[in-house]
Design a protein around this ligand. Structure first.
Ligand code: MN
Length: 187
């Protein structure tokens, strides 16, 4: 279990955190990550999230990432895994919708929900808000396939298309091209 530093992730009002990194690698995709058990549980979402409850977005589980990775934006060099450009597309905190009223969720932790194949969370991001469900599909395939779907709540809006209209980083305001070209790098 990673140590929790109170001053880390000042951009989130609360813990746990979530982050969605737009990743221009061999193919453009979005990495959807939820803090659980001291790591970032992660899915690759090729088309990114939708705000329309009728849109089911494929989500492929990928390896856990360290919590610190939530703050990574930049270029992964050619010879490295995930080579390409990473942009922090959205971030914030989330609420486990299966937690009880005291906020305790020993029986329905996100980790347990992942094992059970159905995760429901309420996102408090800059772009995305409201309930999202991640559901494992049982197609008997070799690799797990999940679907990321907006829940039908007050934050659902079929007219929005944030992956098309809100393309830039919430951390730096930069575009993928800006980051690729090193514009505004702190180094
Ligand atoms: Mn990726």
């Amino acid at each position: 279990m990673a140590k929790k530093d109170k001053n880390q992730f000042s951009w989130a009002n609360d813990r746990p955190i979530f982050v969605i990194q737009k990743h221009d690698a061999s193919s453009l995709h979005y990495d959807f990550r939820l803090e659980a058990d001291g790591v970032l549980k992660s899915w690759v979402v090729p088309k990114g999230p939708s705000t329309d409850p009728s849109e089911k977005r494929l989500a492929l589980p990928t390896e856990d990432h360290p919590l610190d990775y939530a703050d990574f934006e930049g270029v992964i060099p050619e010879e490295h895994y995930g080579a390409g450009t990473v942009l922090i597309w959205d971030r914030g905190s989330y609420r486990n919708l299966k937690a009880d009223q005291n906020g305790s969720h020993a029986d329905q932790s996100v980790t347990q929900q992942i094992a059970d194949g159905h995760v429901t969370v309420w996102l408090k991001g800059e772009k995305l808000k409201g309930g999202y469900a991640l559901t494992r599909t049982d197609l008997g395939e070799e690799e797990e396939r999940w679907l990321l779907v907006k829940m039908d709540d007050d934050e659902a809006d079929a007219r929005l298309n944030p992956t098309s209209t809100e393309t830039d980083s919430v951390a730096s305001g930069r575009s993928i091209d800006d980051i690729h070209d090193g514009a505004g790098d702190k180094q």
